[in-house]
Design a binder for this molecule. Structure first.
Ligand code: UFG
Length: 337
């Protein structure tokens, strides 16, 4: 089967490409490289043991997408492409709505034109906003606190409506919690441009000496140590979740939302200490003000994924910390952009 990965050169896309190749799927990647590097393509091939077809292409470009679908016999799509920085989305909402909604619409319209009926969508736990209850299951109220989140929410809604209109269409809405870690080979990993927004890339850049110290955003939350609690999931577990979702989609038309998380919550300081213990490196930090928009505690109820997909996260927080550092120290400047 030929699987198109939009945004497949990015952090989650590249790990998913490797797992798909290992599972016997053929992979086509469309990525405009606006937040990724072409270097990753050869590393995916090296780890997956086979070639991938790469198109340097903005998924919002209708003509380019139409050409791709004409040239390749696509069986299913996994839609990763999109802007993903929460803070930037608050500052540039129109850019986020234009880009992310256009990417989703263009992909769905091109799929419809070419008779492709399976899509796995990269959604986010951000659609739960400030949860009323943790762990959150898929039926929890959805409400977003920033434009990035709303683009995920709206893309989910568009796919839900498209499934009502076309009973052959299958849409899997995968709500990721906090992906961290890297492939255990240290050949692919997360390579943020500029100052990292997220916790783990920031910690690993402190460890390698690119940043002086971590700012811990608030220690006055109602959590065991006062710092924010999240559900961190190893990116390779997450990637395997996509393969499981694709298999499910092949035989289950309709729209299905599924949490991909571990069900366990760790605080910011838990992560700092786990990183220090796993790698024997001290991470200097200071406590600063809360970051606007942050929620106190968010972790998944992961049962539905196990029930429907037969998938559950297997890797530990130690694996996540060790693999992050292995990637960072072998690639101190990421892919070298
Ligand atoms: N944090 C710090 N210092 C930092 C960065 C983060 O203390 O330098 C803290 C945050 O306050 C939070 C925790 O670390 O408590 C995790 O923050 P991240 O930025 O790593 O992740 P978020 O949970 O804020 O956001 C992530 C993704 C979003 C997604 C969301 C879904 O980045 O894309 O999960 O819940 F929408």
């Amino acid at each position: 089967m030929n699987i198109l990965l939009t945004g497949g050169a990015g952090y989650i896309g590249s790990h998913t490409a490797v797992e798909l190749l290992k599972a016997g799927y053929d992979v086509i990647i469309a990525d405009d490289l606006s937040n990724s590097s072409e270097e990753v393509i050869s590393r995916i091939e090296e780890l997956g043991g086979r070639r991938v077809s790469f198109y340097k292409l903005d998924v919002c470009c209708r003509e380019g997408m139409d050409r791709l679908f004409s040239e390749q016999d696509i069986d299913a799509c996994i839609h990763f492409a999109g802007k993903k920085a929460v803070g930037e989305s608050v500052a540039k909402p129109l850019e986020y709505y234009r880009n992310n909604m256009d990417a989703t619409m263009t992909l769905l319209e091109t799929m419809e034109k070419h008779g492709v009926n399976i899509v796995v969508f990269s959604s986010s736990a951000t659609v739960y906003g400030i949860p009323e209850l943790v762990p959150v299951d898929e039926k929890a109220t959805r409400w977003c606190t920033n434009p990035y989140g709303w683009t995920k929410y709206m893309s989910e809604q568009i796919m839900r409506d498209a499934c009502v209109a076309n009973n052959e269409l299958s849409c899997m809405l995968l709500r990721y919690f906090n992906p961290i870690g890297a492939h255990e080979s240290g050949r692919i990993g997360e390579d943020p441009r500029g100052i990292p927004n997220n916790l783990m890339p920031y910690i690993s850049q402190v460890a390698i000496g690119r940043r002086e110290r971590l700012s811990v955003y608030g220690n006055d939350y109602n959590t065991p140590d006062g710092t924010g609690v999240r559900d961190y999931i190893h990116v390779v577990d997450l990637a395997k979740g996509h393969v499981a979702a694709l298999r499910y989609a092949e035989t289950h038309p309709g729209c299905t939302a599924i949490n991909l998380g571990t069900g366990k919550g760790y605080s910011v300081l838990d992560i700092v200490h786990a990183f220090e213990a796993a790698n024997g490196i001290k991470i200097p930090y200071v406590i600063t003000d809360r970051r606007p928009g942050d929620v106190e505690t968010l972790y998944a109820d992961p049962e539905l994924a196990e029930k429907l997909l037969g998938w559950r996260a297997e890797k530990t927080i130690e694996d996540m910390c060790r693999d992050t550092w292995n990637w960072q120290r072998n690639n101190p400047n990421g892919y070298g952009n």
